[in-house]
Design a binder for this molecule. Structure first.
Ligand code: LMR
Length: 329
């Protein structure tokens, strides 16, 4: 009995000595098998490694801790320490981040990365930091595609009268209004059931989100429009950051740097692989039609959707928009 008691207290002592000094709850709303999900898991591993267990990172996927907007509020109180919401989710806080929601703004990934890694990217990170977060990095997802349950979307007027789920972003609301459609703001965690029950007819998202959340199973059509971009800003609670000693701040920065480099590769790979899986499903079941736009057809969408830019000259900034366009020339 005495021996057993001794063993128990030894085990207790051991677990106490290995207990992390700091715990980071990292919340996100997507599946683990997405660019953001994989990068969050990798970041957790890397931080624990580099800090020799002094920091433990618990990753909560699939909106287990709540939707992004709620999480951003919780981070102010340090009840959640990290998240990587999409840019759209920050636009209530920093309207300039609506920049990334502007349709047809980025020519390709190179153009986007030049902006993120350059002066504009830094300026926007600083704006979020000024709002009481520590903005650490940009993580990729990819370009968005349109899906719906009613008809093929080949020209902008095909969207007329259809209800589309959007993230909470004024730019995205205007985008669908310009198409004569009805935008409906919903959190990501409610999109599948809204599509399934016909609360909305369609939505826009990246392949990785369409695949991992099975939106394609409750939609009839998908148009490869690549009309807008979806990416993330990785943020940390300022209260938590201020408590970290300098050596552990350096660990977090290094782990973010490593995770960010990997995330860019995963974003490309996963969106490609998962598109193939959706194509296989379409072929096998005949339940999904995938439509591709000709360059001429795409130009019509581009003209229509770029017409909303002037509406955002005041909130996002005409100069900022023009600077980004110039970066792509
Ligand atoms: C969405 O709400 O559609 C996205 O923000 C989800 C995500 O985080 O990729």
């Amino acid at each position: 009995m005495k021996f057993l008691k001794g063993m128990v207290s030894l085990a207790l002592l051991a677990s106490m000595s290995f207990a992390a000094e700091y715990v980071i709850k990292f919340s996100h709303v997507v599946s683990p098998n997405t660019p953001k999900g994989k990068a969050a898991d990798y970041f957790a591993k890397r931080v624990e490694e580099l800090s020799h267990g002094r920091i433990k990172v618990e990753v909560y996927p699939n909106a287990q801790l709540g939707k992004d907007k709620v999480i951003l509020r919780k981070m102010k109180f340090n009840t959640v320490q990290m998240a990587a919401p999409s840019f759209s989710k920050f636009t209530g806080l920093v309207p300039q981040l609506g920049l990334f929601d502007l349709p047809f703004l980025f020519k390709n990934e190179d153009h986007l990365h030049r902006v993120l890694d350059g002066k504009v990217g830094q300026k926007l990170l600083d704006m979020v930091t000024k709002k009481g977060y520590v903005a650490l990095a940009y993580w990729d997802n990819g370009f968005k595609q349109l899906t719906d349950s009613k008809r093929p979307l080949i020209k902008p007027s095909d969207c007329k009268g259809l209800k589309f789920r959007v993230m909470s972003s004024k730019v995205l609301i205007e985008q669908f209004k310009a198409l004569g459609a009805i935008p409906v703001v919903l959190p990501f965690s409610e999109v599948y059931s809204a599509l399934q029950q016909g609360v909305v007819d369609g939505q826009e998202n990246t392949i990785s989100n369409i695949y991992t959340k099975k939106f394609y199973e409750v939609q009839r059509y998908m148009t490869m429009s690549n009309h807008g971009y979806l990416g993330y800003m990785v943020v940390m609670s300022k209260k938590f950051w201020n408590k970290l000693p300098a050596d552990l701040k350096a660990v977090v920065k290094q782990a973010i740097k490593d995770a960010t480099a990997k995330e860019r590769v995963w974003a490309k790979e996963l969106n490609n692989d998962q598109l193939n899986k959706i194509k296989e499903y379409a072929k096998k079941t005949g339940k999904l039609e995938i439509d591709y736009l000709t360059p001429e057809q795409r130009a019509v969408w581009e003209k229509k959707l770029r017409s909303i830019y002037p509406k955002f000259y005041n909130t996002i900034g005409k100069d900022l928009i023009e600077e980004v366009i110039k970066e792509g020339e």
